[in-house]
Ligand binder design. Structure first.
Ligand code: ADP
Ligand code: RBF
Ligand code: MG
Length: 159
């Protein structure tokens, strides 16, 4: 995947409300306008990287891109789970992400428990990989030094 690392930012929109309720794993969803701008070589699947909400701290993240085969969605989604406990929801705020590496393709499961276990193992893999020096240095990228104006949720791609 030549496009990795890939940087993008956009507002957090409402999804199906399933991540927290069914799985106990909330995912911040990007709008279609951001999903549509993904480069062609960034296919569906599970990715890891760095993310921040507005001008907050930079956290490790895992991201799912695709149609959630377990739920058979008809709309392609791009959802980020930040590996951090937030006190409140952050709908409408600006999420900046650096997609750093690929973990696996999306797949179907025979139970929701298996899907949850797969996501937890993705989270462990992301935590480990992101500790590598070559990935740590992306936290210092100028992309994360841009100050986000909370009054205007501009959708930008790249640097
Ligand atoms: P939706 O279907 O609307 O995306 P989710 O159940 O997936 O609903 O919950 C996602 C929302 O939860 C996010 O938009 C955000 O406001 C909030 N949230 C709280 N903690 C986190 C986190 N660690 N990672 C991602 N989203 C989080
Ligand atoms: N959905 C699937 O149908 N199959 C998957 O393999 C899958 N893997 C995921 C991995 C991660 C790290 C995350 C955050 C989500 C994944 N999902 C997957 C998406 C999940 O079904 C979705 O977040 C919830 O349905 C809430 O929208
Ligand atoms: Mg979600």
């Amino acid at each position: 995947m030549r496009s990795l690392p890939f940087f993008c930012r956009g507002p957090v929109v409402r999804g199906f409300g399933r991540g927290s309720k069914d799985l106990g794993i909330p995912t911040a969803n990007f709008p279609e306008s951001v999903v549509d701008k993904l480069p062609a070589d960034i296919g569906t699947g599970i990715y890891y990287g760095w993310a921040r909400v507005n001008n907050g701290d930079i956290h490790k993240m895992v991201m799912s891109i695709g149609w959630n085969p377990y739920y058979k969605n008809t709309k392609k989604s791009m959802e980020t789970h930040l590996i951090h406990k937030f006190k409140e929801d952050f709908y409408g705020q600006t999420l900046s992400v650096a997609m750093v590496g690929y973990i696996r393709p999306e797949r179907g499961f025979s139970s929701v428990e298996e899907l949850i276990a797969a996501i937890h193992s993705d989270i462990e893999e992301a935590k480990r990989k992101l500790d590598l020096p070559e990935h740590m240095k992306l936290k210092e990228d100028k992309f994360f030094r841009t100050s986000i104006s909370t009054a205007n949720h501009q959708i930008m791609n790249g640097h």
